[in-house]
Write a protein that binds this ligand. Sequence first.
Ligand code: SF4
Length: 473
Amino acid sequence: MKIAFIIKNYDIAEPLGIMYISSLLKTKGYSTALFIASDKNWLNCLKNYSPDIVAYSAISGSHAEYLKINDQVKAEIETFSIFGGPHTTFFPETVYQENVDAICIGEGGYAMLELADSIEQGSDISGINNLWVKKDGTVIKNPVRPLVEDLNELPFPDRDLVYRKDNYLRDNKIKRFISNRGCPFTCTYCFNRAYKKIYKGNKIIRWRNVKNVIEEIREVKNRYPLEIVRFIDDIFILPPKKWLEEFKNLYKQEINLPFVCNLQVRLVTDEKIRLIKEAGCMSVYMAIESGNDRIRNELLERNMTKEEIVNAFDLVHKYNIPIGAENILGLPEGSFETDMETLQLNIKCKVDNAISTVFQPYPKTKLGEYTIEKGYFNGNFDLLSESYFIGSQLNCFSNKDQKKIENLHKFFGFTVNHPSFLPLIKILINMPPNKLFRLFHRLWDSYCKKRKIFNIKFTIKDYLSALLRVLRY
Ligand code: SF4
């Protein structure tokens, strides 16, 4: 049994989702391989591999391209195709697309394993939980199985799958890890809220044992270049203080590398920040999203005051930890002026690496559905930008505001670091959006991340290859 994972191009970070699935499949002795559709000759290589299953993981906005890739594959090879990831979890109707044999909703590891077993044994695949499967001209819709309760039972992600193929990621000094899953909050624009509906009755928030996390990092450290650990959990400080204390001791003793993680304003306490600092935390990400109180609390349901945000940023800065902050521009019922409020709040919080995205109405999110209900978006998810750095699909802004928001996005991070340039930026953002502004944004963001967040010494070669990767992405 051979399973091919296909990704459309080289990325800036490891695709941990498919790496987890691959390692589970390998526990049963199945062969897995990664194919990158931007490689020359990739389709011939795939033909030579002759997979029984081809699998794709897509986010909304990239799904259309993946469907085209799958059409190419199906025209050349007789194989079973399955789509998973955030797009099909929240838009399972993707199964009705031509050439798609099944889609997967939610956590896909054990569903993929059962699918591989069933195909291998020639048994019926139509009743596998988590899957919607085409059968005799209809679609069989199965419920989801319970979430994996004990994350320690999962094998570590299959890094060989990716690093064998991608030297940049293999040699990258920063590598990504996950220590917990789930989030207790219910922000309206986030998949986590919709996820809770799908998995009602399940224990959503789960964390790995400290020893299990340390063991994975140690294994990676022994096999690949690793100088900075990047935890990509939604909120690293979610587990109780006891877990963080144990982590601090063991991590310092066994790993002793700087790490970067994500925080949430409402969970920041002096004690937790002290613990992560002592463990080796070198910088964090913490979202602001909007500087306008109504938008942040009524529309996004973030439920936090400006004062709470500023206090949380001050507290983290007190421990000399640089902060990157995520923000969303172009929100429905917002305007250029409310986006300027967001910029001002970032300046007040002294954000070290301010990141802004342009709002995308993702399927099944409360805010995505609200934009459709209000007529701000026509509901055609095929129109979504593949990247949330490109532009807005909402029709509630004037052309002039649309352009100004798009340009503000390009100068957002720079202006937060250099507020004295604001008068000049206010002139520039009235110009038509252009490639130069886009290039400036990428260069500044890349520089800022490397210097302020990861503070890593890069050779010119490292810097150029990182830059090329960012530009391609
Ligand atoms: S806190 Fe972050 S991860 Fe949690 S629901 Fe809100 S946006 Fe999503």
